[in-house]
Design a protein around this ligand. Structure first.
Ligand code: NAD
Length: 455
């Protein structure tokens, strides 16, 4: 079916009003939960096939995140759907004013390959909770997951309202040419611009979940714990995570011990040869593998660095003595290389971050409350996290999204519901007592005087 027909079919269904009642929404969210529990093996198996992601990691970082979003939405849906009363200025009374959340219509969700399941299904939770019909287009670079979703989603969710479309650039381009009611895109900056241009043709609003170089500033604190939490957030999914710490800024006196503690954390997680570990992933494509290997000479490798193209295996690698002007520090790494750069103090670290495009996430590792205050007040990023990395995404109450080149709009929890709703305003005034007469022309000097007094 072509994109225009698909959209027209879903719009026809949406226009019947079938998706609006809370019962339909709840029914979809509950069926969605069943999909995740009954087909978990199939889904995590597909993730393993696409990204060498261990089934436990697939469960933790994809299935469980979507499940938490579903639980949260089911718990709060009634209150999110409640109209919100607004106070009416004296001169307009008697009257009532309120806002009500209405679904947008038929929305398009395009996802990337790195969390190929979570990043199409988590937005879909918000789209359905808000009462929309939706088309999701998973990444063609994660074909097993894309195929699994295309097979499983229609078995659980209302086919009149939800479709999965598989394909690459051509299919995506065809979808983007249609007049959707919202486009939700997750991926890189380059394609983000293509999406926004296509959406502009129809004045379709967009959410762009993009990436960038997310810094981690490491100062005072338990070095081993900090290193473990950094290594965990960085090297899961072979560091192909949009909010993974991209580089570390630390003081010269801490840099050698931190590099050693990071290498130790990697050994703890994946053993002395991570290639043998079932818990360490692989790079998605040969092109990405080649791109990453080319970045290796941009610093001095202090641990890791081994790689094997046939398997697209690249060892977790810590680098020092990195030139801030090198490619490693110019492009989003999106792979298991972690450069450590030196700065004299927190102030210098904040200036380093501020001199670059706003990242999707920024991390502070420090036990000092003053450092935390300074960091949260001065660092501009999509989100901040303190003494952890990457796991902040699992808190449904925290909006997730970028700022500047790392994206626009946000989702998770209530923000997902808001993203996929129009907050419609309603003003209502009874006809008894026409208190508005004062505002009707003709205006004479008496009316003018009275109005001045009243307003
Ligand atoms: P990708 O190559 O899988 O592309 C994303 C989607 O865009 C795919 O569905 C693809 O089919 C489509 N696409 C690709 N080229 C297109 C074109 N010319 N026209 C229309 N559609 C096209 O993913 P990617 O861009 O390599 O993803 C990696 C990037 O995504 C990184 O920058 C990462 O930081 C970012 N990312 C952001 C988040 C977030 O939540 N903010 C999450 C994951 C990844």
């Amino acid at each position: 079916m072509n994109a225009a027909t698909l959209l027209a079919d879903h719009r026809r269904f949406f226009d019947t009003g079938a998706t609006r009642p809370v019962e339909w929404r709840r029914g979809q969210l509950e069926a969605f939960l069943r999909l995740l529990s009954e087909k978990e093996d199939e889904l995590t198996g597909a993730l393993e096939e696409d990204l060498g992601k261990s089934r436990t990691e697939g469960f933790l970082s994809e299935v469980a995140v979507v499940r938490a979003e579903l639980d949260f939405a089911l718990k709060h849906l009634d209150s999110w759907m409640e109209p919100e009363k607004v106070s009416v200025p004296g001169g307009l009374r008697p009257a009532r004013a309120w806002t009500q959340a209405r679904p947008l219509g038929v929305v398009l969700i395009i996802g990337p390959w790195n969390y190929p399941m979570q990043l199409v299904l988590a937005p879909l939770v918000g789209a359905l909770a808000a009462g929309n019909a939706a088309v999701i287009k998973p990444s063609e670079l994660a074909p097993a997951t894309s195929t699994a979703l295309a097979r499983l989603v229609p078995l659980y969710l209302d086919r009149s309202a939800v479709s999965v479309v598989e394909g690459g650039v051509e299919v995506s381009t065809d979808l983007l040419a249609q007049a959707w009611d919202h486009i939700f895109y997750t991926g890189g900056e380059r394609v983000g611009k293509i999406v926004m241009k296509a959406a502009a043709e129809h004045l379709t609003p967009v959410t762009l979940e993009l990436g960038g170089k997310s810094p981690a500033v490491v100062l005072d604190g338990d070095l081993r714990t900090m290193a473990r939490r950094l290594a965990h957030g960085k090297f899961m999914n072979a560091a192909q995570t949009c909010v993974a710490p991209d580089y570390v800024l630390t003081t010269p006196d801490r840099a050698p011990a931190l590099a050693e503690a990071l290498a130790e954390a990697v050994r703890e997680f994946y053993g002395s040869d991570p290639r043998e570990s079932g818990d360490y992933g692989r790079i998605i494509t040969d092109d990405h593998f080649d791109r990453l290997v080319k970045l290796l000479p941009d610093g001095r490798i202090v641990s890791g660095g081994r790689h094997e193209r046939a398997e697209r295996y690249l060892e977790p690698t810590i680098l020092r003595e990195v030139d801030p002007g090198s490619a490693l520090m110019q492009e989003e790494i999106f792979g298991p290389l972690l450069p450590i750069l030196e700065v004299v103090d927190l102030d210098a670290a904040i200036e380093f971050i501020a001199a670059r495009p706003h990242p999707l996430a920024a991390y502070l590792f420090s036990d000092s409350g003053e450092h935390l205050t300074e960091f949260t007040q001065r660092v501009q990023a999509g989100g901040l996290a303190h003494n952890v990395s990457t796991i902040q995404l699992a808190v449904p109450g925290l909006p997730f999204g970028g700022v500047g080149t790392s994206g626009m709009g946000s989702y998770h929890g209530y923000e997902s519901f808001r993203t996929f709703s129009h907050r419609q305003s309603v003003f209502s005034k009874p006809t008894r007592m026409d208190t508005l007469r004062l505002a009707y022309p003709p205006f004479g000097p008496i009316k003018r005087k009275l109005l001045r007094k009243l307003l």
